[in-house]
Design a protein around this ligand. Structure first.
Ligand code: FMN
Ligand code: SF4
Ligand code: SF4
Length: 263
């Protein structure tokens, strides 16, 4: 068996989940972000791929969709296990990515859903206290480890892959909001000039190159995948996107150090 990990992750949830999973499944396996130019080569080189990503409205973020399109000719015959991370619920988070991959010939071996902290930093909907988020991360770590151990015994978890999860993902989320993931956002990113100090961190971190900073002027182009990486990482809490005020910034490190779980 030759395994590799591929992921997209804005605040580290999906990356961490994948690393925990791979450590249990095959400690020699490495994980590559889709932004890494070596990611397509890794798909070529391995028979089995674990693909982790964060759901957006029970749908696949545009940047992940584009990556799959770009690598369309590499998936035929690859065995893919999908990990979908989410703040609360997605119905068919793993299924929706699995179906995209299947179109290009991938063989889906299983799926796993993991509840993690909410990356939407400027909305209150799924916000939880630090202890609750930390407990959720610990629970997801155990769930990921068990799913990986099961694979070693020939049992593949199939969470989010059936007909009922698909119906639930569609009716609860995709039908209403799924269109938001079909294209890049051209507006919505709001930078508070009173708070921004022009440090450039947002521009350095943005996976699509959507942000540019000149002096203290921050501007965004038309290529936002609404991942929330910049919003969660701005040291001055100067960026908002769907909401208008930062409720809580999250990055996975906050919860890992609290739980003591380190890789
Ligand atoms: C635009 C957007 C939409 C989201 N939609 C959902 C959702 O439908 N259900 C859910 O449980 N979490 C949702 N989330 C939360 C993320 O999926 C979750 O926090 C994820 O673990 C973030 O992982 P990452 O750090 O790897 O990006 C959404 C996040 C964003 C930014
Ligand atoms: S990270 Fe925040 S403070 Fe730094 S340039 Fe971007 S918006 Fe301004
Ligand atoms: S502008 Fe922010 S939310 Fe949009 S893609 Fe870049 S980092 Fe993600």
């Amino acid at each position: 068996m030759s395994v590799t990990g591929i992921y997209f992750s804005a605040t580290g949830n999906s990356r961490y989940a994948l690393e925990v999973f791979l450590k249990e499944l095959d400690p020699s396996a490495e994980a590559f972000p889709i932004e890494d130019k070596n990611a397509p080569e890794q798909i070529k080189l391995h028979d089995e791929i674990v693909f982790a990503y964060p759901v957006q409205y029970s749908a696949v973020p545009k940047i992940v969709r584009d990556f799959i399109q770009k690598t369309a000719n590499l998936w035929n015959g690859k065995k893919v296990f999908v990990i979908a991370t989410m703040a609360a619920f997605s119905g068919d988070g793993s299924g929706v990515l699995a179906r995209l991959l299947k179109k290009h010939g991938a063989v889906i071996t299983g799926g796993l859903h993991l509840q993690m902290p909410d990356s939407i930093a400027d909305e209150k909907v799924f916000k939880r206290p630090l202890e609750k988020n930390t407990a959720n991360v610990e629970k997801s770590v155990r769930k990921a480890q068990k799913a990986a151990r099961d694979i070693k015994n020939g049992r593949y978890k199939k969470q989010g892959l059936g007909v009922m999860p698909r119906f639930l993902g569609y009716i609860s989320q995709r039908l209403w909001f799924g269109h938001r993931t079909m294209k890049y956002y051209s507006k919505g990113l709001k930078i508070d000039p009173e708070k921004c100090v022009g440090c450039g961190k947002c521009a350095r971190l943005c996976p699509t190159g959507n942000i540019s900073v000149q002096g203290k002027t921050v501007s965004s182009a038309k290529k936002c995948t609404v991942c929330y990486r910049c919003v969660n990482n701005c040291p001055m809490k100067a960026i908002t996107l769907l909401g208008s005020e930062i409720t809580e910034q999250t990055t996975i490190e906050k919860y890992i150090s609290a739980s003591g779980e380190k890789l």
